[in-house]
Design a protein around this ligand. Sequence first.
Ligand SMILES: C[S@@+](CC[C@H](N)C(=O)[O-])C[C@H]1O[C@@H](n2cnc3c(N)ncnc32)[C@H](O)[C@@H]1O
Length: 327
Amino acid sequence: MRYVSLFSGGGGLDLGFEAAGFEPAVCIDHDAVACETLRSNRPAWNVICEDIRDFDAKPYAGADVVVGGPPCQGFSTAGKGDPNDPRNFLWREYMRVVEEVKPRAIVLENVSALAHRRNGDHLTGIMSTLEEQGYDFAYGVLNAADYGVPQARRRLIVIGVQDGQASLPSPTTQGAPLTVWDAIADLVDHKADPALNHVPNRHAKHVAERWALLGPGEVDPNYRRARLDPNKPSLTIRAGGGYGPNGDHLAGFHPPIHPTLPRQLTVREAARIQSFPDDWVLSGPKTIQGRQIGNAVPVKLGEAIAMHVAKLLSRTAHLPETDGSLF
Ligand SMILES: C[S@@+](CC[C@H](N)C(=O)[O-])C[C@H]1O[C@@H](n2cnc3c(N)ncnc32)[C@H](O)[C@@H]1O
């Protein structure tokens, strides 16, 4: 089955769809480095690097699924997003593409804050547009830790289908969730390796000394990030730096502190926690590699969603055509 991938970023959701047997008809993102990541890892994929507002989706009409996570900076985090941030309205472009492609199913991913009342107009807009276009849909906040990902990451997922009844995937994690240590323990003694995106940052001596004293889960008051507990799923790996004391958005990649070493996670450690395979190499400088990872849908969550969509589509694929004459 073929799908159209919007806002593809560093490819987390795409890798999930690939693992479930889908092929991308096109991947689109306006970020040149993200496009480079997709192209260098999958030269056969049709990657278009342009603003979605300029993207003509008509050549892809008839693809089975449209997937994507419109940017969410304006929605994110309790009360700090700017409601007038123009990025908040890119979901309309997503819906324009759905209208042009007319897929049998859609998957829309976003931060759980999209479901908050203050962002309700956008969610209502998404739902009423899906209804107008004839989709039955289901939505809810899924925790990646329930889908084989060593991370407690809550994301809003909307699944819509043209025929039949939409639903969300059931958890796939068997028994206890995977932990940080399951994901990254073997990298502790791994030497720095740019080809693996595993190059630890160097920190000032006084910073490393302060971090060495932090217990599992404890937050460094200056860095405003926690040291990970090795025996639990990770805290959410974020793309940006979150919000500073004045509510301003901090640029850069500010990952959590390593569970046993006095340093930040490397990009590869963060990628492991996002369930990316080691042979998927992130392009660009370290902060941009990290941003692609922090922005991504965890691969295993993407795979569970894709498998579920495949199941929903297979249920309606072979229904006998009727002209209504039986009635
Ligand atoms: C949340 S990330 C998507 C991550 C991706 N789904 C994954 O799993 O790796 C959103 C992406 O939207 C892209 N984007 C933002 N505004 C865009 C626009 N106007 N046109 C095209 N892409 C855009 C960003 O460059 C970013 O890569």
